[in-house]
Design a protein around this ligand. Sequence first.
Ligand code: PLP
Length: 405
Amino acid sequence: MYDFEKHIDRSNTSSIKWSKEAIKGICGNEEALPFWVADMDLPTSKAIHNAMMKSAIFGVAGYSDHPLLQSSFISFAKRRHDWKIDSESVTYVQGMLHGIALAMQTFTEKNDGVLIMYPTYAPFEMMAKNNERKVIEYDLGYKDGLFYLDRERYKEESKDAKLIMLCSPHNPSGLVFSTEELAFILSLAKERDQLVFSDEIHADLTHTGIEHTPLGKVNEKIGAKVITFMAPSKTFNIAGEHFAEAIFSDKNMLATFKREQDKLYVNAPGFFIGEMAESAYSDSDEENRELCEHLRKNASFIRNYLETELPEIKLVNANASFIAFLDCSSIVEKVREDKKSNPELYDKENNLLAHFFGSRAGICMNDGTWFGAKYSSFVRFNYGTSQEMVKLALDKMKMAVRALY
Ligand SMILES: Cc1ncc(COP(=O)(O)O)c(C=O)c1O
């Protein structure tokens, strides 16, 4: 059983989230409490912890061999998502972003259009730009405080893309796409010969009662060219170890991809992450279920708190994972006035809200503009922690907002 309320002090543990310098860079105040980068202040599962301990005590981390790793992932995907993955269609990749970047380099060319859904996890945009692909911006629909796939606009705006980059469930909104929405994207992709990559790093953390459907599973009836990326990193809070799985709909594409991996000598996970991933996938289901319920409760707590105590701020979808996009549009004008009177508390150009909450509330969150220039009235709040800490953060934010009026 997890103890979600036990406080874990991660300061001085080589955690970027708790690094004062990093916190200062994000919100201007190194003393602010960290609710930003996407890892949790919660323990990993017992089985994973035991695997880490066993390896550490043994004390030798030579070249590894984990023959059961792939099959344990495949069994987990069947249990968690009712997806029967063919073992011939999977390969290990050295972290989600590495895998996606290598696939982008392998299957698209310079100036090819890459459709990115905004607000977006910033590295998708950077990756496309760094690889000289053309970013095609598609803003998700936003209505009544919820992000959604606006199908008509998507149909029009995705026409010229060679690659569709999906983040499912969606970071930062916590939107979980329906099977029909995924089938819609796939059918168009098939018709237009577009590739679809689906980053499903948050898939195992849909809140209790909410179902995630892997893109590769929906595609079995459609037959588009799809790579689904999954990982134990967010699920079990082992993201610093960078490990992911890529599941290909097309065996020839997998063979091509593996040749690229061979050229780079990327073909086996490190010793520790191999041990950890295997125990994550074979023996941590109960913790995963408990965590999904804890996160559901935290999201519901935030929603209720904001509705009753701080109605100026609104929580968007938040149906998966531990990140919440908070709509702060109703306070932006007031914050601008605060900046005019107290410019020393703010960044000269950008990150208005991150600096407001950093300096005025002592809470460090990612500014909405990190997810796209248009999202300056949002912040992303990481609630992968105890409810006590979530409440503390909200109390501090409430006091800061009250002081504006
Ligand atoms: C959607 C998404 N993809 C990828 C990553 C990073 O994955 P990795 O560290 O395995 O490259 C993150 C981390 O926050 C994420 O939220």
